[in-house]
Design a protein around this ligand. Structure first.
Ligand code: GDP
Length: 444
């Protein structure tokens, strides 16, 4: 998402950055480009208007024009205003209420409500240590109830049975009683969506909201729907007391308009983003990080968090200890490192999050692509344990055997051995300084 917007914005911002002094004319020129970029990204018109107005007032004001580095300050202003549009701070589920905290899911059919219900249950169980029950109040589609049952089983949440002969309000009330009785921390209520906003649907979910008094009413919206997302958001927020928004399918090629419009239109924060079809593909929404990534500054913080979460701490510590005590860094250790790298989604997904990487030539990207890691691992896998521990044994005929066994070439094997030697040298350099220092160094 945002690729196009990032391209356009980076260009107009680079132009400004290149100037020592700003004049009213070139600020206006830059803002014209920003406006076009936002409109092309499908941001709702009222949001574009107020955004440009706010940036303009600040850009032509004292703050920017009289500063020592007006161009840099202008960039900062654009970034700050983007953050404002996206929602200032990261907000999670409100747990200040008496448990069970009830979360009502609202949105159009196909927006991703049922999927998000499963993802959210998983997220709250694993990250917030909550006991979660889910129930479907979609009495129009038996398949929807079954779908929720399937995702609940998948994530290990308790599924409260409901059926199409019940009415949604009764389902909500009985599930709530059961959640109280079972000492659940959270009850997530999935609801029926329609293809478009209609009165009957709104009435139904409104009466559900009135009777079960949820702590959270989350509006689930498909980021791919662009301008339509803004209209739907308006209708739902007029009819219901929303507490937050979940933006789904941002892994698709959405232009970003929904993300930039929905907070201003509903006045409610985007709390989570759906980044894929799998149950783990739900992330907290970080306005500041998204703003930076829109401006082509990369999402380094998310990357660091991802690394911390996905890395196997025990294995990393073992390796760190080895390095610290000066024990030999073997090919087995190297293999372990490569495997960890693969676990983190491979280099390509990591590169995407680094600043400026979108401008990296494809040739460079190809050199660190995930195929290379796979090939390196294949080579190591074809070695005997002895060879892994004493790589100096690997000469002519052993090289040929390893190449044949791994479906690579002798050159590949030699290349891997060279990379291993380089890594070993680096490890020696860091010996005694500890792994953490090295990680810090790598993280810049
Ligand atoms: P509902 O009708 O609102 O309950 O929508 P569903 O939960 O059934 O989702 C509709 C479709 O969107 C399904 O095929 C989901 O797998 C897909 N989907 C939901 N969230 C995401 C997401 O974040 N990314 C992607 N790529 N697909 C999603």
């Amino acid at each position: 998402m945002f690729d196009n917007l990032t391209d356009k914005l980076s260009k107009s911002i680079q132009k400004i950055r290149g100037q020592a002094n700003l004049s009213e004319d070139n600020v206006k020129e830059a803002l014209r480009e920003v406006r076009v970029a936002l409109l092309e990204a499908d941001v709702a018109l009222p949001v574009v208007k107020s955004f440009i107005e706010d940036v303009k007032t600040r850009a032509l004001g004292k703050e920017v024009m009289t500063s020592l580095k007006p161009a840099q300050v202008m960039v900062k202003v654009v970034q700050e205003e983007l953050i404002k549009v996206l929602g200032e701070s990261t907000e999670g589920i409100n747990f200040n209420a008496q448990p069970p905290v009830v979360i009502l899911m609202a949105g159009l059919q196909g927006a991703g409500k049922t999927t998000t219900t499963g993802k959210l249950a998983k997220y709250l169980q694993e990250r917030e240590n909550k006991k979660v029950m889910v129930v479907s109040a979609d009495v129009y589609r038996p398949a929807a109830i079954e779908q929720l049952q399937t995702v609940a089983e998948q994530v290990g949440a308790t599924w409260f049975p409901s059926s199409v002969v019940d009415d949604p309000v009764t389902i909500g009330m009985t599930a709530l009683q059961a959640a109280k009785k079972g000492y659940f921390d959270v009850l997530i209520v999935d609801t029926a969506g329609r293809l478009a906003v209609d009165d009957a649907m709104m009435k139904e979910i409104k009466s559900l909201q009135n009777t079960i008094s949820p702590t959270e009413t989350l509006f689930v919206v498909d980021a791919m729907t662009g301008q339509d997302a803004a209209n739907t958001a308006k209708a739902f927020s007029d009819a219901l007391d929303l507490t937050g928004v979940v933006l789904t399918k941002i892994d698709g090629d959405a232009r970003g308009g929904a993300a930039l419009s929905v907070k201003t239109i509903t006045g409610k924060p985007i709390k989570f983003q759906g980044v894929g079809e799998k149950m783990e593909a739900l992330e907290p929404f970080h306005p500041d990080r998204i703003a930076s990534s829109i401006l082509g500054m990369g999402d380094v913080l998310s990357l660091v968090e991802e690394v911390e979460r996905k890395i196997d701490k025990k294995k990393a510590e073992k390796l760190a200890k080895k390095v610290a005590t000066g024990n030999k860094f073997t090919l087995e250790d190297f293999q372990e490192q490569l495997l960890q790298m693969q676990n983190m989604g491979g280099m390509t997904s990591m590169l995407d999050k680094l600043p400026g990487m979108s401008n990296l030539p494809d040739m460079v990207k190809d050199q660190v692509n995930d195929k290379t890691t796979g090939r390196m691992l294949a080579v190591i896998n074809s070695m005997t344990i002895k060879e892994k521990r004493y790589p100096q044994l690997i000469k002519g005929s052993r090289k040929r055997r390893i190449a044949n066994g791994s479906g690579t070439t002798i050159q590949d094997v030699s290349k891997l051995l060279k990379q291993y030697t380089q890594m070993q040298k680096m490890m020696r350099k860091f010996k005694g300084k500890g792994m953490m220092k090295m990680m810090q160094k790598l993280g810049g």
